[in-house]
Structures are given as C-alpha cells and as structure tokens.
Design a protein around this ligand. Structure first.
Ligand SMILES: [Fe+2]
Ligand SMILES: [Fe+2]
Length: 139
C-alpha cells in the first residue's frame, strides 16, 4: 500500500471515529426513545466502518494510526443534525474518491457498502431534520 493511500485511509478512519462518538453521545443524551434507538443503530454501523477500514489497511500491509478526535457535544439538536449531515457528505465524498485507488475488488466492494450505508444515514438524518423542524413549528 502506498503511503498516500495509507494516509487517506487513516484520515477516513478519524472521520468514522468522530461519527461513532457523536452518534453515541447524542443517542445517550437525546431523551427521545425513538431517536435514541435510531442513533444507536447509526453508531453501531459507524463502528463497523471503523473495523472494516482498520482491516482493509492492515490486510494491504498498511499501518493503522488513530488518535481520539477533538470532539465536542453539539449545542442543539439542530446543530447536531447539521454537523451529522456535513460529516456524512464528507464521508461519502472521501470514500468515493478512494474507491478507484483500492488494490482489490473485495476492498472496493467493502468500501462501496460503506458508501451506501453513509448515503442511508444521510437520508435518515435529513428526514429527522425535516420532522424536527415540523415539530418545533407546531409547538
Ligand atoms: Fe461511516
Ligand atoms: Fe454515517
């Protein structure tokens, strides 16, 4: 694996760790059982993306480097949803750019499944954002 690809994959890993932490934190603190379950499910999928990326890097002779992201809790639900959308967009863009650089078809399929899942997260977050705005407009 080239040093450049290793660097990009490790940067992606940091984004995935940040997503895992933020979905976990919001799930634990939102106080809405329905959203709590949905965000906890997202966090589990992000954890799987982390594991898949680590496996992909090591399987191709690279070295995994991680550090705890400098995260901070969102100021509000709206802030959380906006940041989550931006992070999902970022993940989709970066994963897609890396796709042709991966050495094997299996690696590309793994990454493609993560891209598909990030797109689903994005759709869900967008729906949550619309329904939250609708709820706050009614109250
Ligand atoms: Fe992810
Ligand atoms: Fe995601």
């Amino acid at each position: 694996m080239s040093r450049t690809l290793q660097k990009y994959l490790n940067e992606l890993l940091q984004t995935e760790i940040a997503s895992f932490l933020e979905y976990s934190l919001r799930s634990a603190s939102c106080g809405d059982p329905c959203m709590e379950r949905e965000l906890a499910a997202f966090a589990l999928e992000e954890a799987e993306h982390i594991r898949q990326l680590m496996s992909l890097i090591m399987r191709n002779g690279g070295e995994v480097t991680t550090s705890a992201p400098q995260g901070f809790p969102a100021d509000s639900l709206d802030d959380f949803l906006e940041r989550s959308l931006a992070r999902e967009d970022d993940a989709i863009r970066r994963f897609t750019a890396l796709l042709p650089l991966l050495p094997t078809e299996g690696d590309r399929m793994t990454l493609q499944s993560s891209i598909d899942q990030e797109a689903q997260h994005r759709e869900h977050i967008e729906r949550l954002r619309v329904s939250c705005r609708f709820d706050s407009a009614r109250s």
